[in-house]
Design a protein around this ligand. Structure first.
Ligand SMILES: C[S@@+](CC[C@H](N)C(=O)[O-])C[C@H]1O[C@@H](n2cnc3c(N)ncnc32)[C@H](O)[C@@H]1O
Length: 331
């Protein structure tokens, strides 16, 4: 019986797709975030050839892809490799994946103020952040009486928690509502002052002087010369517009005392499903922003998926905490 000759386009497309999957299995292919459609498409092409040009490699590759999908949640399997950390058998995006949909997204400061006016502040947590509690020692490093900085602080209750331990807190946020709410809700009396270095900015300072919250843009705040022993960055880098990340990280580096312990919390989810903020910040971006100046230690990754994320259409949402310390030779 004469064998059917596959069309040349079918042969080529089948090979392209099968190489795609071979490479993607080993995480060498840059298009992970495309989703599962390619798998269906490539099967369609394979089928259109009557599977005439299916190689053993392709079979193995398809089998492994299906196994991966079966094993873990769908999106995670297609967006990231296995990662060490406290999430056993989890897959956390890293490497060079970018989030094309998010790169051009910009939320300006006025929009943030509006969110506070409209009480769209679901990012706020009433309890001390569990990753701060769990990794407090990494922040303090056996030191007392630290100067701790909260970039884009909102009304984080963590500020009061650390202040009560005897540390001095400095925060900055564009929202006056957020900062005033902090003092009111935490029952901390405060005074309001001008900031000579920044026209239009305000300083809200606890009467006892241990908590100073600046109401201005972060990018103006850095005009005030200061260095900090510790930094708690939660909801901050992930709220910074992707196009401003380099500017932000340079500023953060300038605020670090030589022995500063900088705890950075990032989030990971399928960035095809959400524009942000919070923005997806892969580990490769942290490496790019801070790797030259800092030693970076991934401390823990936790599952943080809640109802809010499900409403956004996400099926996984993870938080990762990193410890950044300046390398010995960083000026
Ligand atoms: C996601 S919230 C996080 C707040 C806080 N870190 C927390 O954990 O609850 C981001 C905050 O950044 C503030 N913000 C956004 N852009 C800013 C900027 N350029 N300068 C200062 N604050 C900014 C917003 O007003 C908002 O309170």
């Amino acid at each position: 019986m004469a064998s059917r000759q596959p069309h040349i386009y079918s042969v080529i497309s089948t090979q392209v797709f099968s190489w795609y999957y071979t490479l993607s299995f080993f995480r060498l292919c840059p298009f992970f975030s495309c989703g599962g459609a390619e798998l269906v498409l490539s099967l369609f092409y394979q089928a259109s050839t009557g599977f005439d040009v299916l190689l053993k490699r392709d079979c193995a590759c398809f089998f492994l892809q299906f196994w991966q999908l079966w094993q873990s949640d769908f999106q995670a399997a297609l967006t990231g490799p296995l990662k060490s950390g406290t999430m056993n058998s989890s897959r956390t995006p890293q490497g060079d994946e970018n989030a094309p949909r998010q790169q051009s997204k910009v939320v300006d400061e006025e929009e943030w103020k509006k969110k506070w006016e409209q009480k769209k502040t679901a990012f706020h947590k009433d309890q001390v952040h569990r990753l701060l509690r769990a990794h407090l020692n990494a922040l303090l490093n056996n030191r007392t009486g630290l100067r701790i900085f909260f970039p884009l602080c909102g009304k984080a209750v963590d500020m009061k928690w650390l202040a009560d331990m005897g540390h001095t807190i400095t925060g900055v946020d564009v929202s006056e509502i957020g900062l005033k709410d902090f003092f009111t809700e935490q029952n901390v009396p405060y005074v309001e002052e001008d900031v000579p270095e920044i026209p239009g900015a305000k300083l809200f300072k606890s009467s006892s002087g241990n908590i100073s919250l600046y109401c201005c843009s972060f990018y103006d705040f850095i005009r005030i010369p200061a260095k900090y022993d510790g930094i708690w960055d939660r909801g901050s880098l992930v709220a910074i517009n992707p196009c401003d990340r380099e500017r932000y990280s340079k500023a953060m580096l300038s605020l670090m005392e030589q022995d500063c312990c900088y705890l950075l919390v990032t989030v990971s989810y399928n960035p095809d499903l959400l524009e942000g903020p919070p923005f997806y910040v892969p580990n490769s971006v942290i490496e790019k922003l801070y790797g030259e100046s800092c030693d970076i230690k991934l401390l823990e990754t936790v599952d943080a998926l809640d109802e809010r994320h499900r409403v956004w259409g996400l099926d996984y949402f993870r938080e990762t905490i990193h410890l950044l310390t300046l390398k010995a030779n960083t000026p």
